[in-house]
Design a protein around this ligand. Structure first.
Ligand SMILES: [Zn+2]
Length: 255
């Protein structure tokens, strides 16, 4: 039986996700931004929480943990580098570790750049990548710790996965990301139609999460830092992709 995955908005613009294994009844929340929203999503589907997989230590990803743990006794899995910052942790994970959720299995990838402790969870059998605040639909996280090179290498690594992978990001910044992407890459036809789809989705109360990795590679300016058009957009023709990436990210910070 295939996993069932449900993404929903919570807090201001966070995305909560539940990953349910119908065969075993296990269900993982990817991060726990807010207890109430996660509980409502569980109740609406009749799912029982067994695990919380934390991508990084920022408060808007872990604030719901104490309440959910108290009510459900779920296991809390967090990055080893976030030890001491995430409450109620049962298991610490590092690069290459495998995490089971019932019959489902995720591989842990350390993807620093947004912050030093950030990990992504890759469920290869489900073709689902939980990228937290590393890779967003049409955008990427801010570099809050570490270097631009850290985040660039994390993004390059995620982008090497196949085009049919579904990417679940930690925030719905789709519209603001689309507006920046159009400014950076105005001649990109695939981007224009995706930006229009993002606006239409918003008008219907939906959001473009998950996103197909193939679509991100074609339209996300931060994954396209190696393309001449993006280098031109930041006046760095011929520069290495990392330099173009940094210039794009700094521009987005001011956008
Ligand atoms: Zn964050």
């Amino acid at each position: 039986m295939a996993a069932e995955i449900h993404a929903f908005r919570c807090l201001e613009d966070n995305i909560g996700v539940l990953v349910h294994d119908p065969a075993s009844g296990a269900c993982a929340a990817i991060d726990a931004p807010e207890e109430g929203a996660v509980r409502d999503a569980l109740e609406a589907r009749g799912w029982r929480l067994t695990d919380i997989l934390v991508t990084h230590r920022h408060h808007d990803h872990i604030g719901g943990i104490p309440g959910l743990k108290a009510r459900t006794g779920c296991r809390v899995v967090a990055p080893a580098r976030a030890a001491g910052h995430v409450p109620e942790v049962d298991a610490l994970v590092r690069e290459g570790d495998r995490v089971r959720v019932g019959g489902l299995e995720a591989e842990v990838w350390e993807t620093p750049g947004h912050c030093a402790d950030h990990v992504s969870y890759w469920f290869s059998a489900e073709r689902a990548l939980f990228a937290g605040d590393t890779l967003f639909t049409l955008g990427c996280g801010r570099v809050l710790e570490g270097s631009y090179a850290d985040l660039w290498h994390s993004l390059e690594r995620l982008a090497a996965l196949p085009d049919d992978v579904n990417v679940y990001s930690g925030h719905d910044y789709v519209l603001s990301n689309a507006r920046f992407a159009l400014a950076a890459d105005p001649a990109n036809e695939a981007l224009k139609s995706r930006a229009a789809a993002a606006e239409a989705a918003k008008a219907q109360g939906r959001f473009l999460i998950p996103s197909r990795l193939g679509a991100e590679k074609a339209t996300n300016p931060f994954l396209r830092a190696g393309e001449p058009a993006l280098a031109r957009a930041v006046n760095r023709e011929g520069a290495p992709p990392l330099e173009v990436f940094q210039a794009l990210r700094e521009w987005k910070n001011r956008f």
